[in-house]
Design a protein around this ligand. Structure first.
Ligand code: NAD
Length: 269
């Protein structure tokens, strides 16, 4: 009997699902014990390694989450909000740690996770990258330490397929800066500039978006005062950072008391 936690990956064929399968199988701290896809998907019944175009992994893709969760200590879930809600109830039933990377959940959907979190550990974060979560904390601290002589600007860059701006992560950083300053972001947010804008308003937090090529995600938080500037920067070049963060969360959650946690808890920040 091994004490290495068994992990189930949901949304196996997705961009993050495949990255997670690779991350777990490459790790010596976790075992891949199950992979889930939605009903009717053509990967169901196939060995997941072969389905991914590589060597056999000895794990068959299934559409039966409960049976798979019963073999596992953690479920890592980057799928869609409705699927994640269903998985939360089943993971709680199996007493698995449920790591949720799925984004776009409504407030009602987030509230609906509460019953599951009474029985099992849930770790949920809109950005699982350890570096971005650290940057959020640093931004809050630096903003709290500096006064409004320092103008704060958040500059982000993403690939040309991205449809929204500012990025969710840029908004997380802006929220952190506002919290550090003790103000509400909606009162000080200044999104982009064009034309005769007038001088910069003291205390504003500015947002700027670059879109081009295959940039995975880049975020700068600039604190600019007369005579000096501080730049906090995160550069993502590989989606594996989200998978590594999720695996870390799955391992961290073992033996923790039931409840809802985020990456700030995982990192001890
Ligand atoms: P994707 O579309 O490539 O993959 C989603 C997968 O989920 C698909 O394979 C789909 O078939 C599967 N799925 C959907 N419903 C299912 C169900 N009921 N049962 C089983 N599988 C189901 O998307 P992606 O790029 O991998 O992203 C997935 C989610 O993760 C999105 O919400 C995305 O925003 C989020 N994401 C979060 C982070 C983070 O750090 N938190 C990072 C990257 C992506």
């Amino acid at each position: 009997m091994t004490h290495i936690p068994g992990i189930v990956i949901t949304g196996a064929s997705g961009r993050m699902g495949q990255m997670l399968i690779k991350t777990v199988t490459d790790s010596d701290q976790a075992r891949l014990v199950g992979v889930i896809e939605r009903k009717g998907h053509d990967w169901i019944g196939r060995d997941v390694g072969e389905a991914m175009g590589g060597a056999t992994l000895g794990v068959t893709v299934t559409d039966d989450p409960l049976e798979a969760f019963a073999q596992a200590q953690a479920v890592i879930d980057f799928t869609a909000p409705e699927a994640t809600l269903e998985f939360a109830a089943l993971a709680a039933q199996a007493r698995c740690v449920h790591v949720i990377g799925t984004t776009g959940m409504t407030d009602e959907q987030i509230a609906a996770l509460e019953p599951a979190s009474r029985h099992a550990v849930i770790v949920r974060a809109g950005n699982m990258s350890l570096g971005v979560n650290l940057l959020v904390q640093l931004t809050k601290k630096v903003a709290a330490a500096l006064d409004e002589d320092f103008d704060i600007e958040v500059i982000e860059g993403h690939h040309h397929h991205k449809v929204d701006a500012p990025s969710g992560t840029a908004l997380m950083l802006g929220e952190a800066a506002a919290e550090g300053r003790g103000v509400r972001l909606e009162d000080v947010s200044d999104r982009g500039r064009d034309g005769i804008t007038g001088v910069r308003k003291r205390g504003d937090i500015g947002f700027h978006a670059i879109r081009g090529g295959d940039i995975v995600g880049e975020h700068d938080v600039l604190f600019a005062a007369p005579g000096e500037r501080i730049v906090l920067r995160h550069l993502a070049s590989d989606r594996a950072i989200f998978a590594r963060g999720a695996l870390k969360a799955a391992l961290w959650g073992q033996g923790k008391a039931p409840g809802q946690y985020d990456m700030v808890d995982v990192l001890g920040l």
